[in-house]
Design a protein. Structure first.
Length: 319
């Protein structure tokens, strides 16, 4: 069962992280305790966290592996998968297929990094990433699914949603940006909306990436100290830590109520980004019967990393 973290536990973990940062970087100590000038706008290198914190973060959320995948092995396995993605894209273009791949997950789960490994060598005219900002006043007055429907693929196109209409079941619900009735309506209507897409010929794949509470803290910490990644952060991201349990309850309900036979959720355990990326690609390649598929090149899907929503919820889910 995945473990949640209470407000007091999250504050305690944050104090540990802050203490580790201060020990590693005097600029982060309280003004009365340091002699150096104020820190720069961006730290060039993130303070190194103690191994005990890093290891605990990796194991959080009942992650099934004790060690990270080696980069050399990852690179070796990634290349044939990306070649298969080229074959998939060729088949989509030639057959006029339409594919939608939805990525959801907590802040810091690795959605963007996983999507970038899908699209890294694909033609951007054919493989498009959709990451919508908050709705405009006009969009807010429209049918909720309208702005997402406008982003659906045309013939021969693959669309990756980096977050989707399920925002209303997660961040909007937890942060109070929508009413309970609006969330309930979304969970009731999403399977019907997706059913319309599937019946019209769209191949729809939904992936939810989960990470443990300590891993989320470590990743947000890393983003804060990386000048190339800080753009990913917003005040809402920091609110995710004390609201971890609220997100757990909301996400469990989302998985339970919106996983349908025509559009099932699959959960990817993401504490190890490398394993998560490889298995996300494998899952997609194995789910689509494209011409010339080489299953030996794809390899075997890791059933410890990718599980059905039903299996995940039976084991305790996010809560």
């Amino acid at each position: 069962m995945a473990k949640t973290v209470s407000g007091s536990q999250s504050k305690g973990a944050l104090r540990l992280v802050a203490k580790a940062e201060q020990d590693a970087d005097p600029a982060l100590k309280p003004a009365a305790a340091r002699k150096t000038s104020a820190p720069k706008a961006f730290d060039i290198e993130a303070p190194t966290l103690p191994a005990a914190i890093v290891d605990a973060a990796f194991r959080s959320g009942d992650y099934p592996y004790g060690k990270r995948m080696k980069r050399k092995r990852y690179d070796k396995e990634l290349e044939p998968l990306q070649i298969e993605l080229q074959k998939l894209a060729t088949w989509v273009r030639e057959s006029g297929e339409r594919i939608v791949i939805v990525f959801e997950g907590r802040d810091g789960a690795g959605k963007g990094g996983t999507i970038s490994r899908f699209t890294q060598h694909l033609n951007p005219r054919q493989a498009r990433v959709v990451a919508l900002s908050k709705p405009s006043d006009t969009e807010a007055g429209q049918w909720y699914f309208q702005r997402y429907a406008a982003q659906m693929p045309t013939k021969g196109e693959i669309v990756f949603f980096d977050r989707s209409w399920y925002n209303r079941a997660g961040v909007e619900r937890v942060m109070g940006f929508c009413t309970p009735d609006q969330t309930e309506a979304l969970l009731h209507e999403a399977p019907a909306f997706e059913g319309m897409l599937v019946r019209d010929g769209v191949r729809l794949i939904k992936l939810f990436i989960t990470i443990g509470p300590q891993m989320q803290m470590v990743r947000l910490h890393d983003r804060w100290h990386d000048p190339l990644k800080r753009w990913k952060l917003s005040p809402i991201d920091f609110e995710a830590i004390p609201r971890f349990e609220a997100y757990s309850q909301a996400l469990d309900e989302m998985l339970a109520k919106s996983s349908a036979p025509w559009a099932p959720w699959h959960v990817i355990r993401g504490n190890d980004k490398l394993r998560a990326r490889l298995n996300a690609i494998r899952h997609v390649l194995l789910a689509i019967p494209y011409k010339g598929r080489d299953e030996a090149a794809i390899g075997e899907l890791d059933d410890k990393i990718v599980v059905s929503a039903e299996h995940y919820l039976q084991k305790g889910g996010e809560a």
